[in-house]
Design a protein around this ligand. Sequence first.
Ligand SMILES: Cc1cc2nc3c(=O)[nH]c(=O)nc-3n(C[C@H](O)[C@H](O)[C@H](O)COP(=O)(O)OP(=O)(O)OC[C@H]3O[C@@H](n4cnc5c(N)ncnc54)[C@H](O)[C@@H]3O)c2cc1C
Length: 373
Amino acid sequence: MIQRCDVAIVGLGPAGASAAIAAAQGGARVIALDRRREAGFPVQCAEFVPAMMGMDAGPVTSAQVQPILAMESFVENAHDRHTPDFRGKMIDRGAFDRQLVEQAMAAGADCRFGMQVAVDRGDGALVAPDGARFVADVVIGADGPNSPLGAAIGCVNRELVETRQVTVPLLAPQDSTDIYLSTRIPGGYAWLFPKGDVANVGLGVGREWRELLKPELEALLAMLVEQGKIADKRLGHTGGAIPVGGPVGVAGRIGGVQVLLAGDAAGLANPVTGAGIPAACISGKMAGEAAARIVAGDRDALADYYDDIEDLFGASLRRAVARRRELLAQWRDGTAEAADLRRGWIAYPQYWTDTKQVAPMAQRENGNELLEA
Ligand SMILES: Cc1cc2nc3c(=O)[nH]c(=O)nc-3n(C[C@H](O)[C@H](O)[C@H](O)COP(=O)(O)OP(=O)(O)OC[C@H]3O[C@@H](n4cnc5c(N)ncnc54)[C@H](O)[C@@H]3O)c2cc1C
């Protein structure tokens, strides 16, 4: 009942699969476990991947459904700003996740589905419901926003946005993402993302306002039907949580086991836009590389991992956390207005010009966590 490997990975979403590819290519014996029955299903995503360095090839391209060229921002339902050259791709997220898992298997990782595991907080083993124990030198928590691995090392996403989304027929082709900002959507925003002849229409709100999800989505859909943008038909629905509090830490230890976190588990989704696919893929790859180096005895691998995460994501996440918290305070005391919504959204210069930010992330004394100082 005990299965040993060098690197065990919990989660085979974009972060876990990217980690599995990198760790296996780095020479480690990898076992990766996911509670889902199959890769990429069910899809809990609006399927837009913003253009980002290192994200323009491979599965992102082969899973592309259509390109996105621009962003249109609406404030209180009135068109307010056209942002040209806001590029990215609408993808088939199920196909994207499946391709990453196929690459991980081709690299030699042992990927298993239908495996919900718990963490033994005594020795860091991963325990399956049938009692099987997976024992590794390094465990990567790529287990999403409510990460059990993160909880076990004290790195918890405490700020979450809840979402609700439907897929509907789109009545005319569109090459922009539509963003709806409103004081009626506290702690988040609504979207219409075109995907060929359909669109993903949804919204996210701070968890404390989640009872608004249903009525506000219905109101948005009714408006879009009225405007002739979409047909009054639901082809699918989804939802889920997005971490929006910024980085919670990327590493810790359980007994003799080194734990690394990646993707949503580490709080790397953008707290303002909710985009987490690029950060999941990039941080997963870095975590997999670091894990293989740790197994090979490289003492700098852990420090390099959090330095790389800080260098790549630190500044943009800190700005997003600061903007979101300012706006949250205004939502909570009922003073949020259109100008505040603009300042809190990436399409507006005000978002970028104010330099007041939350303090930089710092290493803890034991050198293995990223925290807000
Ligand atoms: C409605 C919605 C829309 C979104 N739209 C976008 C978008 O358009 N663009 C974008 O960039 N981002 C979007 N995001 C965010 C994006 O989906 C996430 O940031 C991304 O999936 C994070 O990848 P991940 O691998 O870190 O985590 P996940 O994709 O959540 O993968 C975690 C995996 O861990 C598994 N797992 C968890 N616990 C266990 C356990 N105990 N045992 C075994 N397996 C376990 C889960 O089954 C899951 O497969 C959206 C999120 C939501 C909810």
